[in-house]
Design a protein around this ligand. Structure first.
Ligand code: GUN
Length: 293
């Protein structure tokens, strides 16, 4: 149908820009280098890091992956991060979440040099985003949703935006991006979560509805105002006996029910996911630019 927002096509636009910027750096003898750190063998994390490695290579970036055992002690992980912080050949560092339960993720994210924090999770970058200071790094998923809205010519200024989910990786930074007094922002943002009373009533007021709540098919037709722009950030694995693997991935939006009502809607897969990786690659090239300026 005609109302899809094609995340793959928009990500390809960003990749083309990133490749140009990477080429310009390489002509100065600098190849942007991102290091992925994966702790343990979480199957989803293996897939995600693999995709990021492949995309890095396609764009002419260098990537390295450090795989640590599940039993890694937090001080050892922090020591590795400190080494990479000090390594002038490394421009970006990404510690893949989720980390094993015995490791405190905020402490680990705060261990990355903010100038190499291409995930945008370090408190300095979180603070800069909140302050509207664009010298920091914006987390890739909400940054990707923002680019998706901009490049699909969605009106953001003055729009009623409802964000479902208040996590540190998507919901909170998403709201921070869209409430800024800035170009491509100036929205009125409502953040809903598990303790919100009558989520459906909030959702129905949204011109832009962004679902990052982590509940399969949470957004149903009755929650969507006709003509609204619906963005599905969800990646949920559900049992599916008919699938080879016994499970499949679904989003936070009941796509079949919502698509006929929405003005525009992201497919899932093929919507937000490709944009997330595109933003990571862009952040990595920017990190290399900043560190070699
Ligand atoms: N796990 C899920 N999303 C992300 C992300 O954006 N960055 C990292 N490092 N891990 C994640």
């Amino acid at each position: 149908m005609e109302n899809l927002i094609d995340g793959r096509a928009l990500a390809a636009q960003i990749h083309a820009e990133t490749r140009q910027n990477a080429d310009a750096l390489r002509s100065r003898g600098i190849q942007p280098h991102i290091v992925f750190i994966r702790v343990g063998e979480d199957p989803a994390s293996r897939v995600y890091v693999g995709m990021k490695e492949r995309t890095s290579a396609e764009l002419g970036l260098r990537s390295s992956t450090r795989v640590l055992p599940d039993s890694t002690a937090q001080p050892d992980l922090l020591r590795l991060i400190a080494e990479l912080n000090a390594d002038r050949d490394v421009h970006g560092i990404l510690v893949q979440a989720p980390l094993p339960a015995h490791i405190d993720s905020p402490t680990v994210f705060a261990g990355v040099d903010p100038r190499k924090d291409v995930d945008g999770f370090h408190p300095v970058n979180v603070g800069k985003l909140m302050l509207g200071d664009d010298t920091g790094f914006v987390p890739c998923t909400p940054g990707g949703v923002h680019e998706l809205l901009i490049r699909s010519n969605t009106r953001i200024a003055g729009a009623e935006v409802v964000v479902l989910g208040r996590g540190n990786i998507v919901g909170k930074p998403m709201a921070a991006i869209l409430i800024q007094k800035a170009k491509h922002a100036d929205a009125t943002v409502t953040v809903c979560h598990s303790r919100t009373t009558d989520i459906a009533a909030h959702c129905r007021r949204a011109d832009i509805l962004i679902a990052a709540i982590g509940v399969p098919h949470f957004v149903k037709a009755h929650m969507v105002r006709p003509g609204a722009v619906v963005i599905d950030v969800g990646v949920n694995r559900i049992p599916d006996p008919s699938a080879k693997t016994g499970s499949r991935l679904v989003g936070d939006v009941d796509f079949a029910a919502v698509q006929p009502i929405a003005g525009r809607i992201t497919p899932n897969p093929g919507g937000v996911g490709p944009m997330t990786i595109a933003m990571l690659m862009r952040n990595t090239v920017r990190a290399a630019q900043i560190q070699t300026a």
